[in-house]
Design a protein around this ligand. Structure first.
Ligand code: SF4
Ligand code: SF4
Length: 344
């Protein structure tokens, strides 16, 4: 389904989606992310600092609460996410691609009911990038595109005073059908213009990872390279690079409890971070990734070697956030290119 939506009709479309909670790019506490719509939707901001991954994989979530009185069996109460349907407007193609990778992690080998319950109620109404959103975009070199529909339910393309709107999934069709009156049929000129807009977008210069297909073998061969320590020397271990990544998904599970009888508490999942020194710390005190270089190698190799080996695609979608937001200038493109460049 392909339609035209005049920009002045965007609010009318959203108003017709009464059963859906609507989220859109907004600034909260000085940071752009995806938040429940408060007023008119704004899609003129460049890509958000926070990706939408927290909507399906929140930074902190309770799996179940427990209560145990001494001598009695524990009482457990599972806390499944509410089945609220949420439509997220303005998602960029690198984050749509991020959702596909997150789906693989939480669905392909082990089905995670908490993730899946949120994800099945989440629809992405994407917005194509007519030009790169920042100087560190590199989606094209990692198998993506600024106009890709991967992970989207709907893809909108900005044509100036209107959007060219394409339904990608059945959910996307339903979202558009809920407000059929606000859309019109595209003309032949509209179709020609969207084709040209997409071709121009793909032709825009971007940074690039060199030969992503060869990266798994080259990274494997570079495991002991001294370059890792050299490239990681400035890292302060803040973890921003992975917390803001649309595909990083490592987590920790803890029991938070109080009292002795009854013991009351929650089993909680929180994001964890491979750039933290204690991420792999053993109870013995031994840490297999003690150095900065070992931790950078893990982050980069997971994205460009281990994930491709497991799922057949890089775990990086080229959004550039980890580069733009790193306060000491550690750059995943340079890192991959330098390390793999030393292997024949
Ligand atoms: S954002 Fe930069 S400094 Fe912080 S952990 Fe990542 S690479 Fe290190
Ligand atoms: S590794 Fe960096 S560039 Fe790649 S998807 Fe994650 S944040 Fe974006």
């Amino acid at each position: 389904m392909q339609k035209i939506l005049e920009k002045i009709q965007l609010d009318a479309w959203i108003a017709a989606l009464g059963e859906w909670e609507i989220l859109a790019p907004a600034m909260e506490d000085g940071i752009w992310g995806y938040h429940p719509l408060d007023g008119a939707v704004r899609l003129d901001h460049s890509n958000t600092t926070q990706p939408p991954k927290g909507l399906s994989f929140p930074q902190r979530e309770v799996f179940f609460s427990f209560e145990q009185i001494k001598g009695e069996p524990p009482r457990l109460t599972q806390k499944m996410p509410a089945a609220t349907r949420r439509a997220v407007f303005g998602v960029r193609p690198c984050d749509g691609a991020g959702a596909v990778r997150m789906d693989k992690v939480f669905s392909d080998h082990v089905a995670d009911p908490y993730y899946q319950n949120r994800r099945k109620n989440l629809a992405y109404v994407g917005l194509a990038c007519n030009k790169p959103q920042g100087s560190n975009c590199f989606c094209l070199s990692v198998g993506g595109s600024p106009v890709a529909t991967e992970g989207m339910d709907v893809l909108m393309t900005d044509l100036g005073d209107r959007y060219f709107v394409t339904a990608v999934t059945e959910t996307g069709k339903a979202l558009m059908s809920a407000a059929a009156k606000v859309f019109t049929a595209p003309t032949a000129a509209d179709k020609k213009l969207v084709e040209k807009t997409h071709a121009d977008a793909v032709a825009q210069p971007q940074r690039a990872v060199n030969d992503v297909d060869a990266a798994p073998a080259k990274l494997k061969a570079s495991f002991d390279s001294p370059l890792w320590e050299e490239l990681a020397r400035a890292c302060i271990g803040c973890g921003v690079c992975t917390f803001l990544c649309p595909t990083c998904h490592c987590f920790d599970i803890n029991d938070e409890s109080t009292g002795s009888s009854p013991i009351k508490g929650n089993r909680v999942r929180t994001w964890d971070n491979c750039q933290f020194p204690d991420f792999t710390m053993h109870t013995s005190g031994h840490n297999p990734r003690e150095s900065l270089g070992a931790r950078l190698r893990q982050r980069v190799s997971h994205k460009f070697q281990y994930f491709p080996e497991n799922f057949g695609m890089p775990q990086c979608t080229g959004c550039g956030r980890c580069i733009s937001e790193c306060s000491v200038g550690i750059d995943i493109i340079n890192t991959v290119n330098k390390v793999t460049g030393h292997v024949g």
